[in-house]
Design a binder for this molecule. Structure first.
Ligand code: SF4
Length: 64
């Protein structure tokens, strides 16, 4: 799985960081970055949850 953040939508609530800090991190300017190239298998479910719970629909997942 590959995950990215739609920076135009992200409002910096930090919910995704709280759900999966291994993958998402808050930047110094209050937005979120993804810290992995590919989501490890053991974190896939957490990342899916973060995407579902993002109030701005800014967590974009790609499961080729
Ligand atoms: S939950 Fe969504 S809006 Fe909030 S910081 Fe994460 S990506 Fe941004």
């Amino acid at each position: 799985m590959i995950v990215s953040i739609d920076a135009d939508r992200c409002a910096g609530h930090g919910a995704c960081v709280a759900t999966c800090p291994e993958v998402f991190t808050l930047t110094s300017d209050g937005y979120v970055e993804v810290t992995v190239d590919r989501v490890p298998d053991e974190l896939v479910e957490l990342v899916k949850r973060a995407a579902a719970e993002c109030p701005e629909r800014a967590v974009l997942v790609d499961t080729p």
